[in-house]
Each structure stands twice: as C-alpha cells, then as structure tokens.
Design a protein around this ligand. Structure first.
Ligand code: PLP
Length: 432
C-alpha cells in the first residue's frame, strides 16, 4: 500500500511508521521533522550482508555509503551490525570517528581529496583509500612516507558502463569526473605506477556506475569488465589484485509503480557472474565490497511537514505550501525526483486530488513535487513525504537562513532525537 514496508495506517486513520503514529511525532517534536526507522535500517543492512554471505561464501563486505545519510547515531547502528562505511570527506570521517566507528572498516573516497583529508584518513587508520587520480596517488605516497605508514589503496575505475538513470547521477561512463578510464589505458598505466610505490599497497579496484539503478545487467556488465581488468593486471604485471569493490546504486521504490529487483537478486546474480568469470579467467576470487547508500537509508525515512497556505489557481493548479522544502529536500529542484506524499492525519482517505507541494523558500522551483496525488490538505494538516531517508538531510542547507530540522530515530515503538533541530543561535554561530 505504501512505498516502504514499515508504513501503515492506525485505527485513528493516521499514518504510522514502525508502528508509531506520525501525527503524534509531529506534535511531540515539531515540524519539519525527519523520521528514521532504525528497525528497517538494520533489516536492510542484514539483507545485504546475509546475501553477501550466502551468495559469495562470506567473502564480501557491505560498506554503507554514509553520504546518503550521515550522523553519529547512523554510524553507531552500522557499526553494531558489523558493517563497514564509505566516507567521502573529512567531515564524514570525523563523524564516524566521534561515533566510535571501527575505522579499519572504512573506505575513503573522493575525486579531490585534500592533503589534510589524506593525512587525517591515515591518522585515524581507515581501511582503504580509494584513489581517484595520479596526483592523488603521488600525494598519498608522500604523506604516507612522512607518517611511516603503508595504507592499502584501491583505484576508482570508470568501467565504461552506462546505467539507465538520471544523467546527473550516472558515473561509470568515460565522460565523468570520477576515476581512471579503462578504454584509454589510463587505468592500467596508473596500476603499473601504484604497484611500484613504496608507501602504498595496491589492494583493489573499485567502480560505482550510478545511482537508483533498477536493472541488474549493468552491475553484471561492470563486474565482468572489472574482472577482465584484474586478469590483465595478473597476466601482464604478475600482480594479484585482492579486492573488488562494485560500489552502490541499487534502486529503491520512490513511487508506487516502481518495481526494483530485490537486493538479494542483485547479489545472487552479481556473485554468480564474479565466480564464473574468475574461473574462466583463471584468477583468484577477490574479496568483494558493495557500498549501498540510498537503498539502506531512503526507505527508512519520511519527512513530516505542517501545511500552511493553500492556493487554488482555477484551471491551472493547486499549491499546498509546507513549512520546509528545498532546504531540507533539494532533490526535486536538483533532479525533479518524484515522491509519494500522504496527509498523515487523513491517511485512510482517498488521495483524490492532484496538487503541487510547495516549499517555503524564495525560489519558484522550490517544490516537493507537481501533480502529486494527495488527500484534501488544509492548513494545519501534517504531510508525510515518503522514502526521504537518503540525500535529504545529507543535502540539506540553511538557504533563507532556515534552521535544519531535527532527526528522530524510531525503534521498538519508541522515538528519540538523533540530531537536534537547529536553533536560531546555530544559524549565526559562525558569524563574527
Ligand atoms: C554515492 C556513492 C555510493 C552510494 O550510492 P547509492 O546510490 O546511494 O547506493 C557508493 N559508492 C560511491 C563511491 C558513491 O559515490
């Protein structure tokens, strides 16, 4: 009935998340409010790592891509499930460190890491640094030498696979700012250099072909290309690559008519391709890493808003204005991403209107969506936008000097604050 399995309607006709009345959450904590279901996060992490164990003989690791949604509580949850983390900035690393995350299970990414970030990553002992380009390799070689450490590195590779997705989130093709190109020989030349480095250990290869991908074929194709590259490195350089990181990008259900393949099926098929290719190419099975971000965080989250003004423009459209918008969810203005929304206090009624949900920022494009089916929404109603757990809070801003909403975690029928709502003093805290 709803896009995420943890949502339902209770006897009062209110939307529930993880069994908790969302209208009560809005009253208790105020709106706008991000609500994250810890049980669903844990369940999804387990689906991923159980499938890795089952289909890839326990030789796999799940690294949650923390850019989808990062805060200390999220890091603690991932750590307690025994999974790893992917971080893309010193801020994400710092969050993990402060949460007590086991840093040897962290992969550090980024297409333009600074010296400060590389040094910090070495100091806190991250497991892998995923190197994006040759100047970065040289800088890391120097910094590791100065510190007297020898980090394991992977190379980010552009496998030349184009996955069918929005073009701003497609990353595996040659015209991308991320990584080394295979076709041009750039990647192979870089590997030659890396294996000769004194202060880094070349551990593996990484690719990430995009996001919100529904098809399994592009993942299988990318795995094949990457294994071909691993075989070439073995045959021509006599060097055994130990790790294969296939990135994230698993699609989720944002709209009722979306029908992504179950994560188990992705992992079953990709594992089987990896195993058979290894056999065919005569290479050892590498340790396999995946980095799901959206698929873990998005379905577990909803955002609650209070309706303010309603404007009916006859023959044109109806605007329903809410107390948040692009500052807490910039995905519509960025990519015209679509969501399902529900009037939380009328969740048992039909969604028989089509409205535009408008944010409160001073931009005409500040919308949550257009032509959205919704119950009749009036001032004071609570609107829940569904599957907002990924790339909402993490992409939020203080545009218009709005305070970022609180994040509440729910679990076992209880709710708790994981991130406090920003205060007015937070808004001016760096002003001098
Ligand atoms: C963004 C990103 C991910 C996560 O992608 P999702 O689509 O959220 O699963 C994983 N790995 C890398 C390197 C990324 O940049």
């Amino acid at each position: 009935m709803f896009v995420s399995e943890n949502l339902d309607v209770n006897a009062q006709g209110h939307l529930t998340a993880g069994g908790i009345d969302t209208v009560e959450l809005a009253e208790k904590y105020g709106t706008p409010l991000y609500v994250m279901d810890e049980e669903l996060i844990r369940k999804t992490l387990r689906r991923f790592h159980d499938s890795m164990n089952k289909y890839y003989n326990g030789m796999g690791e799940v690294h949650y891509a923390s850019k989808a949604f990062s805060c200390m509580e999220m890091c603690r949850i991932v750590a307690s499930e025994g999974d790893g983390l992917d971080a893309v900035s010193i801020g994400e690393l710092y969050t993990a460190v402060k949460a007590g995350f086991p840093m040897e299970k962290v992969g550090f990414h980024g297409n333009n890491k600074s010296d400060e970030e590389l040094a910090y990553a070495l100091e806190v002992g991250v497991g892998h640094i995923i190197v994006d380009n040759i100047p970065e390799l040289h800088r890391l070689e120097r910094i590791a030498g100065e510190k007297g450490v020898k980090p394991q590195i992977m190379f980010r590779i552009k496998p030349g696979i184009e996955a069918h997705t929005h073009d701003k989130i497609m990353t595996g093709q040659i015209d991308s700012k991320f990584g080394f190109a295979l076709e041009t020989g750039e990647a192979f030349e870089a590997v030659k250099e890396a294996v000769a480095c004194e202060n880094v250990e070349f551990y593996g290869v990484h690719c990430h072909i995009g996001s919100q991908i529904f098809d399994i074929e592009p993942f299988e194709a990318a795995a094949k290309v990457m294994l071909g590259f691993i075989a070439k490195i073995k045959n021509e350089l006599g060097y055994e690559v130990k790790g294969l990181n296939l990135g994230g990008g698993f699609g989720i259900k944002y709209l009722n008519d979306h029908d992504p393949a179950p994560f188990e099926t992705y992992l079953e098929r990709v594992s089987s391709v990896v195993k058979s290719e290894c056999e065919k190419l005569g290479i050892a099975q590498p340790r396999m890493f995946i980095e799901p971000g959206r698929s873990i965080a998005a379905p577990a989250g909803i955002t609650l808003y209070t309706v303010g003004a309603r404007k009916e423009i006859p023959g044109i459209r109806t605007y329903v204005s809410i107390d948040g918008g692009m500052c807490d969810n910039p995905r519509y203005i960025l990519y015209q991403s679509e969501y399902e929304a529900v009037v939380a206090n009328k969740a048992n009624e039909e969604r028989n209107e089509k409205v535009t949900i408008a944010g409160r920022c001073c931009e005409s494009g500040d919308l949550i969506g257009e032509n959205m089916p919704l119950q009749h929404a009036e001032s004071g109603d609570i609107i829940a936008v569904l599957a907002t757990g990924a790339y909402n809070y993490s992409m939020s801003s203080n545009y218009n000097r709005l305070q970022k909403p609180a994040v509440v975690f729910i679990n076992n029928g209880e709710s708790r604050i994981a991130v406090k709502r920003e205060s007015l003093d937070d808004i001016i805290k760096n002003d001098v």
